[in-house]
Design a protein around this ligand. Structure first.
Ligand SMILES: [Zn+2]
Length: 141
């Protein structure tokens, strides 16, 4: 459970919101940056100080395509942080083309299980310069 909590809301802590990470700043610019290990080439999420595969601390931020496919999903009828009138959302584990899996919302879909399917192609829905870069969303590609 702790692991999923980190994946779901890695950028919503008060400290993170006052000191945006390169990940958050890139989202506002319309880019998806993830850490890549210089020792073994592993691209991973969430960002950490060491590579989860080999333990190296030699890392760089690499620009990802923002494209991927739905690995798994659930239609959540009681979304966290919902605004009035927003009664549901689609939460999905998205497997990026570069390999990492990210838990995020999928926007622009009706809450109909017939509209969402495993292996559906998605792309990052960037929040824009004025949007909140505290959550990562995808849309159908
Ligand atoms: Zn590594």
């Amino acid at each position: 459970m702790v692991y999923w909590g980190c994946v779901l809301y890695p950028t919503t802590s008060p400290a993170a919101s006052h000191n945006p990470s390169p990940f958050q700043e890139a989202l506002r610019r319309g880019q998806l940056l993830l850490p890549r290990c210089l020792a073994c080439g592993h691209v991973f999420y969430p960002p950490k100080a060491h590579c989860p595969r080999c333990g190296s601390s030699a890392l760089e931020w690499t620009r990802c395509s923002g494209r991927g496919r739905i690995y798994s999903y659930v239609i959540n009828h009681r979304p966290l942080g919902a605004t009035p009138g927003e009664a549901w959302d689609v939460m999905a584990v998205v497997e990026l083309d570069e390999g990492p899996r990210i838990l995020a919302t999928v926007v622009g879909l009706d809450p109909d299980p017939a509209q969402v399917r495993v292996d559906m192609m998605v792309e990052v829905a960037f929040p824009g310069a004025d949007g909140p870069a505290t959550t990562l969303s995808f849309r159908s590609a």
